[in-house]
Structure formats: structure tokens, C-alpha cells
Ligand binder design. Structure first.
Ligand SMILES: [Zn+2]
Length: 215
């Protein structure tokens, strides 16, 4: 970031390169933010959880791509209050490719995913209209692209999980920082977390929830 030095292959090794360089640029000695290794570690942890939950199936490929894209989108959203279109378009391309692949096995998944494109994005769009811009357009587009990959059931669970996480995290933040009503909250990271939870553990969560009512 400081001197524009082009990084060599060794300097691009995740986490380790940062540790060996002690967080400083080899060209100019400028500090390199700890955020880089933290995001790299987080990505590694998410990929591990994906392999555990999804297993070595074809869906692992789009799952890994999605969690990484959501991680990137979350950090950018926290910084800029905006989800870049590039990330959403990347997810959209992954989703389209996955649906082409899945269509060979039958149209059931494809139908659920096409409905998924409109599920959470539609609900957020209605909320955006009612609240006159209280929901960001970036969130709506992200939900559409992700819905096409995960299907409508996951998107409903995503909204529920994101809302619960949002309340659990933001209520204490509002109380501690004494924020006012109307302070903008980046909702993207909560939606992203909701999606990862629902993609990896959705069936287990819904199963446990239904068993409460249907023993
Ligand atoms: Zn430098």
C-alpha cells in the first residue's frame, strides 16, 4: 500500500508471509495491516467448515467460492457501507454455472434456485420501499445472486438468522456507543453470516426446530 512494490511468490503465502515479515513491507518497511492475515485465517477456517459440512461433493466448489466472496463483501461493506457489484456479479456467475450443472440431474434444484433468486431479495426490496431506502440496494442484489445458488428455503433461513444475529450484535453496540436511532448499520455482514450458517447447517437447524413442534 505504501511504496507499490510488486510482491513475489513468497510474499503472497497467506498468513505465514505476514508473520515472517513481522507485518512490515520488505520494500519500504511500511506497516502491513493485521487485517490481511486475519482475513486469510478466517477464509481458511470457513473453507474447513465447508469441507466438513458439504463433504467432497460437487457442491463444494460453489460453496468455497461463495464463502470467500461473502467474506470479501462483508469487510468492504463494513468499510464503505457498500457491497461492490463485482462481488455480486462473481456470485451470480458461480450460481449460473452451478444451475447449469445441477440441471443435468433434473429441474427440481433449478426451480428452487430460480425462486430463491426472488425470495430474500424480494422481501428486502419491499422493506426498502416501505422504509424509503432503509435497506441498501447492494444487499438486495447480493440476496438475489446468492438465492440463485442456495434456493428459497436457505434464503428464508438466511433472513431469520441475519435478523437474530443483527439484534444480538447491534443492540449491545448501540447501548455501549450510545448510537442514535437512524445510525446506518452495515447489514451485509449479517446477511453473509446468515447465508453461511444456512448453507452449511440449514438442514440440521430446520430439523431441530421442527422437532420442537413435531416430536
Ligand atoms: Zn512498501
Amino acid at each position: 500500500m505504501h511504496c507499490g512494490k510488486r510482491l513475489g511468490p513468497l510474499e503472497l503465502i497467506p498468513v505465514l508471509s505476514w508473520l515472517f515479515l513481522r507485518g512490515r513491507c520488505r520494500g519500504c518497511g511500511g506497516r502491513i495491516s493485521a487485517r490481511y492475515p486475519v482475513v486469510e485465517l478466517l477464509n481458511g477456517a470457513l473453507w474447513y467448515l465447508c469441507v466438513r459440512a458439504v463433504g467432497l461433493t460437487a457442491f463444494l466448489v460453489p460453496a468455497l467460492a461463495l464463502v470467500t466472496a461473502l467474506l470479501v463483501a462483508s469487510f468492504i461493506d463494513i468499510d464503505t457501507q457498500e457491497i461492490p457489484n463485482g462481488v455480486t456479479i462473481f456470485i451470480l456467475i458461480v450460481a449460473v454455472l452451478w444451475n447449469v450443472y445441477a440441471a443435468f440431474e433434473g429441474y427440481g434444484v433449478l426451480l428452487q434456485n430460480v425462486v430463491g433468486f426472488f425470495t430474500a431479495s424480494g422481501i428486502l426490496l419491499v422493506l426498502a420501499i416501505i422504509s424509503r431506502g432503509g435497506v441498501g440496494g447492494g444487499d438486495i442484489k447480493l440476496m438475489a445472486a446468492c438465492g440463485l445458488l442456495l434456493g428459497w428455503k436457505n434464503m428464508l433461513l438466511t433472513l431469520a438468522a441475519a435478523s437474530i444475529l443483527g439484534v444480538l450484535v447491534m443492540v449491545p453496540v448501540f447501548l455501549i456507543k450510545r448510537l442514535r436511532r437512524g445510525t446506518p448499520i452495515p447489514f451485509g455482514p449479517f446477511l453473509a453470516a446468515g447465508m453461511v450458517i444456512s448453507m452449511l447447517y440449514g438442514e440440521a437447524i430446520v430439523g431441530a426446530y421442527l422437532r420442537i413442534f413435531l416430536p
